[in-house]
Design a protein around this ligand. Sequence first.
Ligand SMILES: [Zn+2]
Length: 244
Amino acid sequence: MRDAGMKILILLLLFSPWLHAQDSSIHTSLTDAEEIQAGEAVARDFIQHEGMEPTPQTKKIDAYLQAVGDRVAAHAQRKLPYQFRFDPNPGFKSAGGFPGGQVFVGAGILAYMDTEDQLAMVLAHEIEHIALSHCHERLIKVMTEQHISSKDLGKLTVDPFLDGYGHDKEFAADREGVNLAMEAGYSADAAIRLLRTFIILGEQMPNAPKEAKNNLEVRITQIESTRDASKLPKPIAEKPLALP
Ligand SMILES: [Zn+2]
């Protein structure tokens, strides 16, 4: 099947000059349905990689993450079936967004939160990596590098999706994420407090890289200006985190 497909492709490339010109960008257009399918494969591999096994307790936490995430994603630029899940690994002190709307939140980062607004800000950052197509671009790059066609998206693994997206895209996800969560009625101050918590934690850890503190301070400055530029009403108080 694959060989036959490859032969046809080679023939097309030999006889169609315009196709030949587009050879290097075979995977430039994935439909939402394909991206969703790819995201499901990546999420399955992540679940296996983390050894996640749902329990009645984790399912309750998933439901809470989903409720908060749905509220935030309602305003997202891309309408996708966003799915939010809890990873009980305490060493996972972050969250991750994968193609198609898959978002995982680590127990490690939840442990540092005390308000739902902080959770909303973290979910919004991940939603924006998906909505701003950072995950989509990564997916296309991975498919091209690993020669994975849209017919074998099930072969995708999570590894190439675990790295950050670089300075510009991280700052874009922060900025747009803060706007998104504010539209859902959450406080931008929540994001600032969470980043300050990371600064304090880093100061107490002798092995923490110095540039991490600088980066967090610059992120805080951007969030403050995003908050100040917003015309949305500022919530009077943050909602307590209601983890089941
Ligand atoms: Zn990020």
